[in-house]
Structures are given as structure tokens and as C-alpha cells.
Ligand binder design. Structure first.
Ligand code: HEM
Length: 485
């Protein structure tokens, strides 16, 4: 077998990959050393901007298999036959820290799933938490600023974290969730995934339903205590990555069972909770879980940068039979992601293998821009309508139209009969075992007691009191004890 020859990027053979060219032995370098210049210049460009949130993550390929008939609720092609399989790519992530951060931290986890369906890619960009901290996207940049590194101190600041929450009573539910046992998953395999938002499904007859997605881990939910996590994060900052990579390499393929909660569209207006409020769940007693299928991850990416760092998920990548709900947070996200991708990866990011459709091909009139390829061939017109049999619209909306009324303006989300900021947080507290309640209280107090301003502490305590009198009292006592230490 002939030996493979090392080449420059333009394919010319490289004579020496150990010594750069110099003017005489021991002399300065020569500008004509193309191989050296190319190597150093390329190296300088090996990084792209990290994701502004969810920077640190791990990904894997797999498939989704339909196990139950849901055609009464959605016409989505990839869900239309029991036994049907669709290729998927899932990226898990932590949220607040930067690319080099540790995995074993108290933070929500991202659960971003791409279904490569025959009708285009469907992205379900969720978290491991069924709710979120805020309910209006206009607060998102402020929220994230308060959770990430402070611009002056260069580190995460309890003062900022809790000051934001002091002004966001609607976060009490998610804060209770995050500070509880599930706040630090043992690994990406041992946590559930949730679509969190309410989405719309439309069936073949054009009837609309509202739907929430729940991916239940088949590995069992396992979590770390704050102390276990601190130790693990110090020993192996990449603990989630190691776990996922090695499990799949060993053939121990993780899986999740997808269930949905389905609400007939006509129920939405009078439901006791605003069904489009991301800080609220729908109790299962109101809308029980219905099984849909199984998600299996069975293949690691070949190249983490190409396939995980450059993966692009967007909540507005829908397929026929699935669409958005009026959830304001979701609506904000419909803009934010593709915009982030255009900045982070460029306008042609959908041509990258991990992002391109796999079970169908994209066919449209978008052309050119940075890193364009010749995907559309020489004689394909780049305008529409045309007389050359170019692709044309279907006239079929992806999902059913929803009625709207009222006046434009900066409205607060409408309150339904049982809506307040605290009731569901209290329900979550009351659902926990005595031991979990004790750990929850200790975790909150551990963070809140580090806050330097009394008024910020008081405002947060008031939220826990409002959720449940006992919960509030216990957090208050624990914070006081730690501050007196
Ligand atoms: C209005 C609220 C939100 C805004 C504006 C927002 C914005 C963003 C942006 C700009 C990114 C980086 C995208 C990239 O560079 O590829 C991102 C990533 C992500 N967000 Fe959000 N986000 C919001 C709320 C949420 C919520 C509620 C969830 C979960 C239910 C979520 C889940 C994720 C996930 C999983 C990722 C990482 C995706 C990946 O793995 O590439 N976000 N978000």
C-alpha cells in the first residue's frame, strides 16, 4: 500500500511538517512557507462564537419509533404509522456556563431534538424541566445576564441570580424545581426531557389540539446531591459527556418513552390555568399522559465540532400537523434561534450535514451567501413564480388557524381562574417527600444566604411564603441560621 501523502489545503504535497523554513540555518522565518502560514492561520480560526446560552453540550444520533396511534390528533407524517422509525439527533446541554464549564452543576439541562422526517426536519427544542423561569421573552436577556458571569467580577454572582428572581415571582415554580433533587441530573441519560411549551397539533380533518411533550427516561431518574456534584465537577468536568459517549460506544443505548398531554383546542379558553403560560404545568389528572413512541440514541457523532458545536435547532422548524401555540415565550423563540444560527454559523448553516434534511431534500430559491454550495445545480431558477417547473407552494398551512381578538399593545398574559405565581410552586413542594423537602430548603438557603442585600433576601422569602407557609418558614429559618454562622 502506498504511503498517504500529507498535503496543504489546496492539495500540494508538504515537504516538511516538523521544521518551518528559515533564511539559513538559525535564521528568521520565510514568508514563502505556505504550509506554516496556512497552519497558523487556520488554527486561529478553529473556534466560532459559542452559543450565548446552552454553550456546553453533548450530542448523539438515534431514531424515534412510533408505538401508539396518534393520528386522531396530528397528521404529522412521521407519527402516522405504528412501527414507523425516523432518524433523530439529540443535543443535551447545560445552560448558564460557558463552553469550558463543568457538567455536574445545578442548572436546567437542554434537550434539543431534531427529527429528520420525510416532510422536513422537525426541531423540538426542550429542557429537562416542564416549566421555565419567566413567561415573556422580553425578559430573557435580563434573566440570562443575571445567571451568567457578571461583566465586572467575571463570575456568577448570587446577588444577581437572586435579585432577578426577587423581581420575578413567576419564577418561584421553576426555582423550586431547580433547587430540588432533579436540579442536578446524574447524567444526561438519567433525566426526562420536556417540550415545556404548549404546541399545536392538527389532525387530517383540520381539528386543532394543544399538546405538551414528555420524554420519560427509561434509565430511571437519577440525581446528584450538591456535595456529590461539587466533588464530581472537580474530578471530571466532562462527566455527562463521558457518560453518554461511553454508554453508546458500549452499545448501552439510552432511550426515552414519549408521552403527550392533549387538550382539545376548545378547552383552552376556560382551563383553570392559562395553557400558554410556560411557568405552569397541566396536572396529569386534568390531561393524562398518552404514550406515543420511543426515542433511542445509538450512534455517537464522528466529530464533535462538526456535528455538535455546529448543530442548529430552531423551535420554528415545524412539519405539517404541528405548529406553535400563542405562548409568548415560544413566539419569541421562533425568532431567536435561527437568528442566532445566522450569527454563529452563517446563513448557509442548513447545508451542514447535521442540520440538512436527511429523509427529503430542501428545494427553494434561497441562494448564495457565505459558504454557499452548488446544491441547486446549474439550470435551476432562483426566482418564483417561474416557467421552468421550479418548486411551488402547496397552499396547505402546516397547522390549523387560531382565532385572535382584542387590541394590539404590551399586554400581560391573561390570568385564568387558578393562575397566580405561587400555587403550583406550593403544589410541587407539597408533593415532595420529607427528605426531599429538607434538601430543597438547604439548597435554597445555601444560595440565598450568600446574597449581600437584606431586601433582596426578603423579597425572595416572600415568594416561598406565598407558595406554602411551611416552605417559606423553613427557608427563612435556614437562611437566618446560615447568615448568623
Ligand atoms: C424567550 C425565551 C428564550 C430565548 C430568547 C432563547 C434563546 C436561545 C438562544 C439564542 C440559544 C442559542 C442558539 C444557538 O446559538 O444555536 C438557545 C439555546 C437553547 N435553548 Fe433557548 N431561549 C429561550 C428559552 C428557552 C426555553 C423555554 C427552552 C426549553 C424549553 C430553551 C431551550 C434551549 C436549548 C435546549 C438550547 C440549546 C440548543 C442546542 O443544543 O443547540 N430555551 N436559546
Amino acid at each position: 500500500m502506498s504511503k498517504r501523502v500529507l498535503t496543504t489545503e489546496s492539495g500540494a504535497p508538504v515537504a516538511d511538517n516538523q521544521n518551518s523554513a528559515t533564511a539559513g540555518v538559525g535564521g528568521p522565518l520565510l514568508l514563502q512557507d505556505q504550509h506554516l502560514l496556512e497552519k497558523l492561520a487556520r488554527f486561529n480560526r478553529e473556534r466560532i462564537p459559542e452559543r450565548v446560552v446552552h454553550a456546553r453540550g453533548s450530542g448523539a444520533y438515534g431514531y424515534f419509533e412510533v408505538t401508539d396511534d396518534v393520528t386522531a390528533y396530528t397528521s404529522a407524517d412521521f407519527l402516522n404509522t405504528v412501527g414507523k422509525r425516523t432518524e433523530t439527533f439529540l443535543r443535551f446541554s447545560t445552560v448558564a456556563d460557558s463552553l469550558g464549564g463543568a457538567d455536574a452543576v445545578r442548572d436546567p439541562r437542554g434537550f434539543a431534538l431534531k427529527f429528520y422526517t420525510e416532510e422536513g426536519n422537525y426541531d423540538l427544542v426542550g429542557n429537562n424541566t416542564p416549566v421555565f423561569f419567566i413567561k415573556d421573552p422580553i425578559k430573557f436577556p435580563d434573566f440570562i445576564h443575571s445567571q451568567k458571569r457578571d461583566p465586572f467580577t467575571g463570575k456568577q454572582e448570587p446577588d444577581n441570580v437572586w435579585d432577578f428572581w426577587a423581581h420575578a415571582p413567576e419564577a418561584t415554580h421553576q426555582v423550586t424545581w431547580l433547587m430540588g433533587d432533579r436540579g442536578i441530573p446524574a447524567s444526561y441519560r438519567h433525566m426526562n426531557g420536556y417540550g415545556s411549551h404548549t404546541y399545536q397539533w392538527t389532525n387530517a380533518a383540520g381539528e386543532a389540539f394543544f399538546v405538551k411533550y414528555h420524554f420519560k427516561t427509561n434509565q430511571g431518574v437519577r440525581s446528584l446531591s450538591s456535595d456529590q456534584a461539587a466533588e464530581l465537577a472537580g474530578k471530571d468536568a466532562n462527566s455527562h459527556q463521558t457518560d453518554l459517549l461511553q454508554a453508546i460506544e458500549r452499545g448501552v443505548n439510552p432511550s426515552w418513552t414519549l408521552h403527550v398531554q392533549i387538550m382539545p383546542a376548545a378547552d383552552a379558553a376556560d382551563y383553570r390555568f392559562n395553557p400558554f403560560d410556560l411557568t405552569k404545568v397541566w396536572p396529569h389528572s386534568d390531561y393524562p399522559l398518552q404514550r406515543v413512541g420511543r426515542l433511542v440514541l445509538d450512534r455517537n457523532p464522528d466529530n464533535v465540532f462538526a456535528e455538535v458545536e455546529q448543530a442548529a435547532f430552531s423551535p420554528n422548524n415545524f412539519v405539517p400537523g404541528i405548529g406553535p401555540s400563542p405562548d409568548k415565550m415560544l413566539q419569541g423563540r421562533l425568532f431567536a434561534y435561527a437568528d442566532a444560527h445566522r450569527y454563529r454559523l452563517g446563513v448557509n448553516h442548513t447545508l451542514l450535514a447535521v442540520n440538512a434534511p436527511k429523509a427529503t431534500t430542501a428545494d427553494n430559491y434561497g441562494r448564495d451567501g457565505l459558504m454557499a454550495s452548488n446544491a441547486y445545480g446549474r439550470d435551476r431558477k432562483n426566482y418564483e413564480p417561474n416557467s421552468y417547473d421550479g418548486p411551488a407552494e402547496t397552499g396547505q398551512p402546516l397547522s390549523a388557524p387560531l382565532a385572535v381578538n382584542g387590541h394590539t399593545g404590551t399586554h400581560e398574559a391573561p390570568l385564568h381562574t387558578k393562575d397566580d405565581h405561587f400555587f403550583q410552586a406550593g403544589e410541587l413542594y407539597r408533593l415532595m417527600s420529607a427528605e426531599e423537602q429538607a434538601r430543597l430548603v438547604a439548597n435554597i438557603a445555601g444560595g440565598l444566604s450568600q446574597v449581600t442585600r437584606d431586601d433582596v433576601i426578603e423579597k425572595n422569602l416572600a415568594h416561598f411564603h406565598a407558595a406554602d407557609a411551611e416552605y417559606g418558614k423553613r427557608v427563612e429559618e435556614a437562611v437566618r441560621a446560615l447568615r448568623e454562622d
